[in-house]
Design a protein around this ligand. Structure first.
Ligand SMILES: Cc1cc2nc3c(=O)[nH]c(=O)nc-3n(C[C@H](O)[C@H](O)[C@H](O)COP(=O)(O)O)c2cc1C
Length: 326
């Protein structure tokens, strides 16, 4: 048995489950494991230090799976912007046919580069109005990220229970529900709310194949649904990270009325975050994590996780919900 949706059809995958782009986690090991399990694995372009390194990572992923996989390209305003177009060229040269984008409107220049090469554009956004604008601008699939999500939930604070059906009412192209998904109940609910599949980040970090330290995986298990914090609210660049002594210190420092980014720079740097993921030393920095931590209780393989999610969703739809109808 399988669940067939517009997402499985459009992406040529077995199950309607996508692994979202994840900085310093989305390497070939994880992406290929998700794709081999019938979902869509995604490697993260900017995790690679150069466009050439991305070319190599694409080849490494191809050697590990014959199934479809994608590349994430996230564009946020930074002090030293990478050469996004050179990364996009590496994606084209690598023959990639699915790209997940996220971030500012600048991603649209990247779409213009990718589209003539037949690339399917999956765009992640956090508001219905942004989804409609991306649809109008020609993207192929929307991934709508609710307030629960790890990473950047936007500034509207609308949870998935409202955001997903509100988007489904208006968006015509296939849509993934993202933020807060981790089990079969979530998949069944997302489909009921009008999505065509789910996108997961945090849940895939707690799998055997996720290339991060066991102590970080344990932190995802130890944290419950209250185990994330919002930082950078005052800068209108809200980010959801795992609750830890460091993230609590970031919140404390930024709660002062005259706080500036420099007050926390060393605590939140990308270099520190990467070191944390590799060493498992949670005192090094902050780590991205969503509210779904409250639903994570084990560290399965991606194959076990995806099969379990799909089997549970099927049984909820076929049995639990069906049996309620009298
Ligand atoms: C460790 C980690 C790193 C992430 N890095 C990125 C990133 O570089 N670009 C991006 O668009 N989203 C990033 N995300 C967000 C995910 O792609 C996804 O949208 C989000 O995790 C969904 O919410 P969930 O964690 O509740 O499943 C990251 C998430 C995690 C957990």
């Amino acid at each position: 048995m399988a669940l067939r949706t517009r997402i499985t059809e459009r992406l040529g995958i077995e199950h309607p489950i996508v692994q979202g782009g994840m900085m310093n986690v989305g390497y070939a090991e994880l992406a290929s494991a998700v794709s081999n399990a019938g979902g869509l694995g995604i490697i993260t372009a900017l995790t690679q230090p150069s466009p050439q390194a991305l070319r190599d990572e694409i080849e490494r992923t191809k050697a590990m799976t014959t199934k479809p996989f994608g590349v994430n390209m996230t564009i946020f305003p930074t002090v030293n912007s990478p050469d996004y177009k050179a990364y996009a060229q590496a994606i084209i040269d690598g023959g990639i046919t699915i790209v997940e984008t996220a971030g500012t409107q600048a991603v649209r220049e990247i779409w213009e580069m990718l589209r003539p090469h037949g690339v399917t554009i999956l765009h992640k956004c956090t508001a219905v109005r942004h989804a409609l604008s991306a649809e109008k601008a020609g993207c192929d699939i929307i991934s709508i990220d609710g307030f629960e999500c790890a990473g950047h939930p936007g500034e509207d604070d609308i949870p998935g229970l409202i955001l997903i059906p509100a988007a489904a009412d208006k968006v015509k192209i296939p849509m993934l529900a993202s933020g807060g998904f981790g089990d079969g109940r979530g998949l069944a609910a997302a489909l009921a709310l009008g999505a065509d599949g789910i996108n997961m980040g945090t849940r895939f970090c707690a799998t055997e194949e996720a290339p991060i330290h066991d102590k970080v995986k344990q932190a995802y298990l130890d944290n419950d649904e209250r185990g994330s914090l919002l930082i950078f609210r005052a800068f209108k660049n809200t980010a959801r990270v795992g609750r830890s002594a460091v993230s609590q210190e970031v919140v404390r420092r930024l709660s002062k009325p005259d706080a500036v980014f420099d007050d926390v720079r060393e605590l939140v740097s990308g270099v520190a975050g990467k070191e944390l993921l590799q060493t498992g030393d949670l005192s090094k920095g902050v780590f991205w994590a969503g509210m779904v931590q409250g639903l994570i209780h084990d560290i399965p393989t991606c194959h076990e996780l995806i099969n379990r999610i799909v089997a549970d969703a099927e049984s909820i739809i076929r049995k639990r919900l069906y049996d309620m109808i009298v």
